[in-house]
Design a protein around this ligand. Structure first.
Ligand code: UD1
Ligand code: CA
Length: 448
């Protein structure tokens, strides 16, 4: 269900202060590129169209925001000029047009809703999200009418006189416009100012000259953070992690030491899940109810069913599917493998490209040898099978239900259900040999 809302995401800047070969907005926060946080906020507003303004040679960015249309701003001539890069898509727009920056990933959908509602309530030509920072230097100042509260103009920092510079109420950058007349309004903006740029913020004064009204809505400073450097990227990450941890706990998970658990924007956690300290989640993790993730585990791209027990020190890589009540113990790595209900891989194993049947037991140190340097091969272990410690399963391997593999076996091929396989060199024992050896060597070397 969409509504008459267009979102324009400005992302033409390369972000030189990031010292990066990649566009700034592709740097990740909680495992997701900044620009995708912004786009996902637009999605939760049910925007009819989301238009992304990019710079030249940003194919990777175009791909990251697909299928949303992109518009290239060849020269960076200011924020109004940037919005006009999407002119063709904006000419037919109705309702609201919300302008967001791709490098400001912390605005919540609820705040953006509040801004849109304020714009419509007037109805006003422009509604601006303002905030009151400790230090307003660098921000556009919001001049409001003391009697009506209406927004009169936005004065960019470089254009302020002394009185204006003392205004504490600042532009966060997020602005909502009435779609009706927007392109004409932006076309009326000039660049006769200190920076020689087309300031989007001039739209407020021009709208008022046209006899229309504008309004400002206040938001907490925390949401307004823009990322210009790696240090600010870390601050944004920290704020986002706090939100994700709080949400996980609000939804019924126990985080023993929340500050040491790192979540991804897409991490899904069920109820009564316990997450111990120092656990890291990469993208694509889903955890069912009653699961315990013990300390120092690293998980990505995996699905964990109800009641499973993971770690400590477990590593679940993409394609790991852990069944109900299954157990993955310490120093176990699982990749592209299904561990069925109630199966146990308790210690020091690598299970890759495999299926471990229900209630099978995989002994300590078992390795699936899945790769010959060229191709990957599968290991299939039947339900209730028992693989003894330190076995090397040289894939392709198929082990039937209930079979037993003796400890220390190295094997490939097929094993029938309920069979025993024992691949182990014969034991050779020579009585007294060691004592005689030592006697001879002492005589030869004179050492004790
Ligand atoms: C802008 C606002 C200012 C506000 C501040 C909040 C204007 C004129 N000023 O100032 O009132 O307080 O943000 O952070 O809008 N961009 C383009 N193309 C351009 C210019 C900018 O895509 O030609 C993008 C940038 O990549 C960035 C965003 O627009 O994501 C803001 O541009 P920036 O130059 O940082 O604006 P400020 O001077 O900080
Ligand atoms: Ca800025």
């Amino acid at each position: 269900m969409s509504r008459s809302l267009s979102v324009v995401v400005l992302a033409a800047g390369m972000g030189t202060r990031m010292k990066s070969a990649h566009p700034k907005v592709l740097h990740k926060i909680a495992g997701k590129p900044m620009v995708n946080h912004v786009i996902d906020a637009a999605r939760s507003l049910h925007a009819e169209q989301t238009l992304v303004v990019v710079g030249p040679d940003m194919a990777a960015l175009e791909k990251a925001v697909a299928p949303h249309p992109t518009f290239e701003q060849t020269d960076r001539l200011g924020t109004a000029h940037a919005v006009l890069a999407a002119r063709n898509a904006l000419e037919g727009a109705t309702g609201d047009v919300l302008v967001l920056y791709g490098d400001s990933p912390l605005f919540t959908a609820a705040t953006l809703e509040r801004l849109i509602a304020a714009r419509q309530e007037g109805p006003h030509a422009v509604a601006v999200l303002g905030f009151t920072p400790d230090d307003p230097a660098g921000y556009g100042r919001l001049a409001t009418d003391p009697y009506t509260g209406e927004l009169i103009s936005i004065i960019e920092d470089k254009e302020c006189n002394d009185a204006e510079r003392r205004i504490g109420f600042c532009n966060s950058g997020v602005m909502c416009f009435a779609a009706d007349g927007l392109v004409a309004l932006l076309d009326a903006i000039g660049n006769d100012n200190a920076k020689g740029e087309y300031y989007l913020t001039d739209a407020v004064a021009i709208a008022r000259q046209q006899g229309r009204t504008c309004v400002a809505v206040e938001v907490a400073e925390e949401e307004t953070l823009g990322v210009n450097s790696r240090a600010q990227l870390a601050v944004a990450e920290d704020l986002m992690q706090t939100r994700l941890r709080d949400a996980a706990m609000a939804n019924g998970a126990t985080l023993v030491d929340p500050a040491s658990v790192f979540l991804c924007a897409d991490t899904e956690i069920g109820r009564d899940v316990v997450i111990e300290p120092n656990v890291v989640f990469g993208p694509g993790v889903r955890i069912g109810d009653d699961v315990t993730i013990k300390a120092f585990s690293h998980l990505e791209g995996c699905d964990i069913a109800m009641g499973a027990d993971i770690g400590p020190y477990a590593r679940l890589r993409p394609g790991a599917e852990i069944g109900e009540g299954a157990r993955i113990g310490n120093f176990v790595e699982v990749k592209k493998a299904t561990i069925e209900n109630g199966a146990k891989v308790n210690h020091l194993s690598y299970i890759g490209d495999a299926r471990v049947g229900a209630k099978a037991n995989i002994g300590a140190g078992t390795i699936t040898c899945n790769y010959d340097g060229y191709q990957k091969y599968r290991t299939d272990i039947g339900a209730g099978a028992f693989v003894g410690s330190n076995s090397a399963l040289v894939a392709p391997v198929t082990i039937g239900d209930g079979a037993i593999i003796a400890a220390g076996s190295t094997l490939g091929g097929e094993v029938a259900a309920d069979a025993l396989v024992l691949v182990r060199a014969q034991k050779v024992e020579k009585p007294g040999w060691a004592a005689k050896f030592r006697e001879k060597m002492r005589a030869l070397t004179g050492k004790a």
